[in-house]
Write a protein that binds this ligand. Structure first.
Ligand SMILES: Cc1ncc(COP(=O)(O)O)c(C=O)c1O
Length: 422
């Protein structure tokens, strides 16, 4: 989750900061007639966003594209938490449910020797996974704009006791350019004690730019990892969204491509708080046997870990995780079409559930005034915008509905294109 520039720079936009404030559904027929008043409605009640989505006795609808983190928990996940809330279960990842979820992971990933550990956050998953590779002078290669580099406040370095250092690699659309990656790795590998020791490559799929590495691109990166005997880590905070785009099996998108360790995210895709670190290659790479100790020392071993398992159990069952991702990817693609047909430039075509568009600042403010929640985003180094433009991010989730996306279309058509009559 990035710093929310838009919210910080826009005092008084409390609506954007509180997804709990719903708004009455605009009358689209009024909108078509250009009646702006129909969408400027008072914030008259206090139902939550989740209520807006699931309650049958409300007509309110939030157009919240702030982040998939802003959505609550999917009803099936929430129900599983309730179901497992009674009775007794062994703590510290030793319950029957914990073991059952590990078996589910093995079956989903078609991998009998898979080692699975639960943690609470994506930052913990990434940092502790990389910590398993720590040794003096360790260097991990990641994209310049990746979450591990930009958004974890140095947690990978901190949690490895300063042993892991991140080397930044460039590339378009959030993806490491294989040629640049090779050059960087080779440079460090040829260096002596003054440079450090390459230990791993960390690839994020989907990327922070909403793009997805293809299987061929993963092969290219994996080949570099093999050549230099580096561990290949994947930050899969939105792994389900990558799979939904690739239409590949979990195994094909990971260990069959040479991925050794996966940070398997579930929180953003409908869980309340559930992430896992998966070791595909535990005997050779990444010291998975150290992970329980590293996790405990980082205070990420949950006593009531059954509540993470309860979420992941429902998440993996009946392919709920993939269904949710297909839903949010589909709506993100549609949202891209909506913006494009309104004359708005997309930074790139969305491939998962994050859409980045370039908005005129005035247009962005008008969308906000219509209580559409989204975030202003740092302009990627490879993108150029005009001084009065901003890059904005819109994210879809399990809670996003077709109607919400079409509502954005209606608002955009009422406002006109950026170069039109606004
Ligand atoms: C790609 C990616 N990795 C990791 C994380 C970290 O997740 P958390 O905020 O749970 O620490 C995020 C969160 O935004 C993310 O987008």
């Amino acid at each position: 989750m990035r710093m929310n520039h838009r919210l910080l720079s826009c005092a008084g936009r409390a609506i954007s900061q509180h997804a709990t404030i719903p708004r009455p559904r605009p009358d689209l027929t009024q909108l078509a007639r250009g009646n702006i008043a129909s969408i400027s409605s008072p914030r008259s009640n206090t139902s939550s966003f989740k209520d807006c989505r699931h309650s049958s006795n409300t007509t309110t609808m939030a157009m919240n594209f702030g982040s998939d983190n802003w959505a609550g928990a999917h009803p099936t996940i929430a129900q599983s938490l309730v179901t497992h809330a009674t009775g007794y279960a062994k703590p510290y990842s030793e319950s029957e449910l914990d073991a059952a979820v590990v078996e589910r992971f093995k079956s989903v990933f078609e991998h009998d020797d898979l080692t699975v550990y639960f943690v609470a956050t994506g930052t913990a998953a990434n940092s502790l996974a990389l910590n398993c590779l720590a040794k003096p002078g360790a260097v991990v290669f990641a994209h310049r704009e990746s979450h591990v580099v930009v958004d974890e406040c140095g947690a990978p370095e901190y949690l490895s006791g300063g042993q892991v250092r991140l080397a930044q690699v460039d590339g378009l659309n959030g993806k490491m350019d294989p040629a640049k990656l090779r050059t960087e790795v080779a440079r460090y590998a040829a260096y002596d004690v003054h440079g450090g020791r390459p230990v791993a490559i960390s690839v994020t799929n989907p990327t922070e730019s909403g793009t997805v590495y293809s299987l061929e691109e993963l092969n290219e990166i994996s080949a570099i990892a093999k050549e230099y005997k580096l561990t290949l880590h994947m930050d899969g905070a939105r792994f389900a969204n990558a799979l939904a785009h690739l239409a590949a099996s979990p195994a094909e998108a990971t260990w069959r491509r040479g991925v050794d360790i996966l940070s398997f995210g579930a929180t953003k895709n409908g869980c309340w708080c559930g992430e896992a670190v998966l070791f595909f290659n535990s005997s050779q790479q990444g010291r998975s046997e150290d992970f329980p100790y590293i996790r405990k020392r980082a205070a990420q071993l949950f006593s009531k870990s059954r509540f993470i398992s309860a979420q992941l159990d429902a998440y993996l069952k009946d392919e709920l995780w993939l269904q949710i991702a297909q839903h949010s990817n589909r709506l993100c693609k549609r949202l891209g079409e909506v913006f494009a047909s309104a004359g708005v430039r997309l930074v790139q075509q969305p491939q998962a559930n994050e859409l980045f568009v370039i908005l005129n600042q005035k247009h962005a403010a008008q969308l906000e005034a219509k209580e559409i929640v989204f975030l202003e985003w740092p302009t990627p180094s490879t993108v150029s915008i005009k001084p009065d433009e901003v890059v904005c991010r819109f994210v879809t989730s399990f809670a996003t509905t077709d109607a919400q996306v079409e509502e954005v279309a209606a608002v955009l058509s009422f406002l006109g294109t950026p170069n039109g009559h606004i």
